[in-house]
Write a new protein. Structure first.
Length: 237
């Protein structure tokens, strides 16, 4: 299915992805910047047609006027089942808001995550929002989907991947855990925590130490950041 993506960040990220099929790049003919030249170059390398247009024409095509003078028609992204990964991944259930997903993708990509695994869901209607809120990381981060928690457990058991759940009961401090090269971190989404199915198969529950007494959980993106950059710190050592 074709979709119209808006803004230079989204257009550049999609065109940089070798697996994306792009058909038309629409550009404000009065804008000439280094970024624009680079994106046009990317489009031509992919045999994507470039069409120069007036700004009011772009405004009529776009859903808003914050497109920055660039639109891209491309096939929507397809998500596969997770392969056997050699690295660390994150599984999140309960992500409902596209802005939150975008923030999670930006955080995990920056921390060097090797893959984000999500329960099966159609995000096509919100791809533009996710791309922009992730600063393009949604397109670059490997993202996979499984049918449900049971399918996810089957995946990690089949591939011998240890599971660490961000859950406080019977847990070890994040700063005392040494994460193996290949592992998966389960983090609860904004609308529900980690399911009993996941907890029953956890290698270890892990909690984030706070700097003061505070009984509430961090939001999903913040938890991803704390876990992600601690794992990155361990990898650098």
């Amino acid at each position: 299915m074709d979709k119209l993506y808006e803004g230079t960040i989204s257009c550049k990220a999609i065109l940089e992805n070798p697996n994306r099929i792009c058909s038309y790049l629409y550009v404000d003919k009065k804008k000439r910047t280094k970024d624009f030249h680079y994106i046009i170059h990317l489009a031509r390398q992919k045999n994507c047609k470039v069409e120069m247009m007036d700004r009011h024409q772009l405004d009529q095509m776009a859903t808003s006027k914050t497109h920055g003078g660039m639109l891209l028609k491309a096939k929507t992204r397809q998500f596969e089942k997770p392969p056997k990964m050699d690295g660390w991944s994150v599984y999140i259930d309960g992500l409902e808001d596209p802005y939150n997903l975008g923030s999670v993708c930006r955080t995990l990509y920056a921390a060097g995550c090797d893959g984000l695994i999500l329960p099966l869901r159609d995000w096509q209607h919100a791809e533009t929002i996710i791309l922009r809120s992730s600063a393009g990381a949604f397109e670059k981060l490997p993202i996979y989907m499984v049918e449900n928690d049971k399918a996810f457990i089957q995946y990690i058991r089949t591939n011998g991947i240890p599971l660490y759940c961000a859950y406080r009961n019977q847990a070890q401090s994040l700063y005392e855990v040494i994460f193996p090269k290949t592992c998966c971190i389960a983090i609860g989404g904004a609308y529900r925590g980690i399911s009993r199915t996941l907890l029953d198969h956890a290698t270890q529950n892990v909690y984030i130490e706070y700097g003061r007494e505070f009984r509430n959980a961090l939001d999903t993106s913040s938890a991803c950041a704390v876990f992600g950059f601690e794992i990155m710190r361990q990898r650098r050592k």
